[in-house]
Design a protein around this ligand. Structure first.
Ligand code: NAD
Ligand code: WQD
Length: 361
């Protein structure tokens, strides 16, 4: 029995595949490499050492390709899915919303249809996002954000996640009513950051980076002249917005905990868990932490607010802490140091293979 990881060559997917292999899960990956490279999977196998034998197959395939999916489910015995594959750029989602609905929503429906047809797979762990909460500060008492905070996504990307959460719940309920004990874990991530401490696995988006720490990484290696700080007039301690930055390795481990939980609780139809640290950091906290790691002040300039940004997205992760027996272990400083090792060792991302003779830590 294997776990099918969609989007497994991507940033969070590759770290999760590594954790799955290390935890002795057999893994099958599907990815169309739209925003990733197969080199990431080579490095995952390298880091997994002898456990790379648990990596069964990689399929370069679109999740909307019905025939491709059916072939994978026929060739492999899949018993659960971790579903990462998606388009994820918030701004772009307002420009090409139909593409976002096509990949994210239609892709999930095709995936569920193929899984249903296979009849071996009855569990899905889904990559949702804190963005489904929208501006939680609109409701008093909702910071840190608990899972029962009312959902109010404010952009097409967030709405794809919101709709998919409901589609998955409807599917699970229908299957259970038909006597097939499907279950699902909806994981709402806060801001994933960092890289592997070996410096050989990290985030390598196609095109320009859009998120704060990857941009700072590019400033540090001279690829971007300076960071634009989007607003310093928010009601926070230093005027910049607050986010909950979670190390990608802690996040990946949260997926293993969720897969284990769903296996052990086939009586539980659906669970919703926030994966975050519970600790908020401002943009200036991040600039200072990363500048300290790099050993010099990184240039920035204050610009106007970015449309759609909210003051505070800090998780209340206590439900996941308790039920999954999972909590974050790595710090923001760990994330900065790991990111720095990644960007300085791989200024061109995965485009140059890492020499296999170098031992990871
Ligand atoms: P990523 O872009 O690195 O990974 C997504 C992967 O999906 C990529 O490898 C891409 O090639 C693949 N993919 C895209 N469209 C596909 C398709 N049609 N068929 C098959 N594969 C396809 O992104 P990530 O940061 O690793 O995010 C993974 C998941 O987590 C996404 O669902 C994202 O929405 C969600 N998420 C990410 C963040 C974040 O800040 N990184 C936060 C919350 C939620
Ligand atoms: C973080 C902070 C910016 C860039 C996004 C998605 C969210 C989730 C995680 C997928 C904010 C500030 C940023 C810059 C800046 N992804 N910033 N200058 O917006 O919190 O969350 O990624 O689900 O849905 O919206 O992350 O890294 O873009 O921004 O000042 O050049 O950094 O204003 O306060 P965000 P981010």
């Amino acid at each position: 029995m294997a776990v099918l990881v969609t989007g497994g060559a991507g940033y969070i997917g590759s770290f999760t595949v590594l954790q799955l292999l290390l935890a002795d899960y057999q893994v099958v990956v599907i990815d169309n490499l739209y925003n990733s490279s197969v080199e990431a999977l080579e490095r995952v196998k390298f880091l997994a050492g002898s456990k790379a034998k648990n990596f069964l197959a990689f399929y370069e395939n679109d999740i909307r390709d019905k025939q491709g999916l059916e072939k994978i489910f026929a060739e492999q015995t899949i018993d659960s899915i971790i579903h990462f594959a998606a388009l994820k750029a918030v701004g772009e989602s307002s420009v090409i919303p139909l593409d976002y609905y096509s990949v994210n929503v239609n892709g999930t429906i095709e995936l569920l249809q193929a899984a249903k047809k296979s009849d071996t797979c009855r569990s899905i762990v889904f990559s949702s996002s804190a963005t489904v909460y929208g501006d939680a500060t609109r409701i008093p008492g909702m910071i840190p954000i608990p899972e029962n905070c009312p959902l109010d996504p404010t952009n097409p990307y967030g709405r794809t996640k919101f709709f998919i959460e409901q589609i998955i719940a409807d599917h699970v309920n229908a299957e259970r009513n038909a006597g097939k004990p499907w279950n699902a874990a909806i994981l709402r991530y806060f801001n994933p950051v960092g890289a592997h401490p070996s410096g050989i696995l990290g985030e390598d988006p196609q095109g320009v980076p859009l998120n704060l720490l990857p941009i700072l990484g590019n400033v540090a290696v001279g690829k971007i002249e300076k960071l634009s700080v989007f607003g310093n007039d928010y009601p926070s301690k230093d005027g910049t917005p607050i986010r909950d930055y979670i190390h990608v390795i802690d996040l990946a481990k949260g997926h293993i905990a969720a897969v284990n939980y769903m296996k052990e609780h086939s009586d539980t139809p659906i669970k919703y868990w926030n994966l975050g640290t519970g600790k908020g950091s401002t943009v200036f906290d991040i600039i200072h932490a990363f500048s300290k790691t790099v050993g010099r002040d990184l240039p920035y300039e204050i610009k106007g607010r970015r449309a759609g940004d909210v003051l505070d997205l800090t998780a209340d992760p206590s439900l996941a802490n308790k039920e999954l027996n999972w909590k974050t272990e790595l710090t923001l400083q760990d994330a900065c140091e790991d990111l720095w090792r990644w960007v300085s060792n791989n200024p061109d991302g995965y485009r140059k293979p890492y020499p296999a003779s170098l031992n990871p830590q």
